[in-house]
Write a protein that binds this ligand. Structure first.
Ligand code: SF4
Length: 300
């Protein structure tokens, strides 16, 4: 069975303005330690892994307590830019969480993309501080990072990190920055390269998927199967890239929201790999998110 992830955006605070940000952070909203306790109580029967994200989760003063609580029953991941990590955080979370760092290029490429001078240095400092912790570097495949893939793999090896290349999903702030989307030719080339790297190296993984004829009959093998997301305002959604709101934890329990959501056509279809809804004539065969998934949910 594949692991089921609950991604919780614990805060809307973030100092960066990344060009691909799915949630257009920073924005208002923050979940309390009490909220997280209630969520975890209900999450037990639905999920295996908890991702604490933001915004920038290290800006939330309750983060280490949340990790302590969540790690008693779940595998815990923290997604971070590296901004705001301090030595006392490490002492409290090591052996309890896997760190997932966002990297969008080397040096100034990363800074410019994140809209924050010094962002790359913050990240390197955080990688140095967390040498002893399990970690992953996550790279979103925007046009300008493709030529830096080899350098990024080298950097990941230096810090003993797995490097995970994800397709860019055209939601959130991407709509204001259309020039960052790679074209189909670039995606075809990077897809072939990543597949080779994945087969021949021990530390490269990728979620980039190209829709095939087999997906039509069997469904797509999705990384988001079993996944849900909670925003800083408490909205429960199918994933962080999807704007459909399934309920709010401030008015209903997470258990009730998920039980109801599991009966909706959109979630049932997603859990079935969109079998019967996959078309092979997609304008962009790498984008099943907005060209298949969003359409299915909009029809429910
Ligand atoms: S396919 Fe849908 S549910 Fe899955 S990651 Fe894409 S937008 Fe989210």
């Amino acid at each position: 069975m594949h692991p089921r992830f609950l991604e919780i955006e614990i805060t809307g605070r973030c100092p960066y303005q990344c060009k691909h940000c799915y949630g257009s952070f920073p924005k208002p909203g923050e979940l309390t330690l009490q909220n997280i306790g209630d969520i975890l109580n209900d999450a037990r029967e639905f999920f295996d892994c908890i991702i604490l994200s933001g915004g920038e989760p290290f800006l939330h003063t309750g983060l280490t307590d949340m990790v302590e609580k969540a790690s008693r029953e779940f595998v815990v991941f923290i997604t971070t830019s590296g901004f705001g990590i301090a030595a006392q955080h490490i002492a409290q979370i090591e052996n309890r969480a896997v760190l997932v760092f966002g990297l969008d290029g080397i040096g100034r490429t990363h800074d410019a993309y994140r809209g924050f001078p010094g962002a790359f240095n913050h990240l390197i400092k955080a990688l140095e501080m967390t040498r002893g912790m399990p970690k992953e570097i996550i790279v979103t495949l925007w046009r300008g990072v493709i030529s830096q893939i080899d350098d990024i793999i080298g950097l990941a090896e230096k810090y003993n990190a797995i490097v995970h290349f994800n397709g860019l999903i055209p939601v959130g702030r991407v709509k204001d920055n259309p020039e960052i989307m790679p074209d189909i030719t670039e995606l075809e080339a990077v897809y072939a390269k990543l597949y080779r790297l994945k087969m021949n190296t021990g530390n490269v993984i990728t979620n980039l998927h190209k829709v095939t004829a087999q997906d039509c009959s069997q469904g797509i093998e999705l990384f988001c199967r079993g996944r849900f997301n909670i925003t800083p305002e408490g909205n429960v959604r199918p994933c962080e890239f999807h704007c459909t709101v399934l309920g709010n934890i401030h008015t209903h329990s997470l258990r009730a929201i998920l039980n109801q959501a599991s009966q909706t056509p959109g979630i049932r279809c997603r859990e079935n790999g969109f079998k019967g809804h996959v078309r092979t004539d997609l304008k962009n065969p790498f984008d099943y998110h907005t060209s298949i998934c969003h359409k299915v949910f909009s029809q429910q």
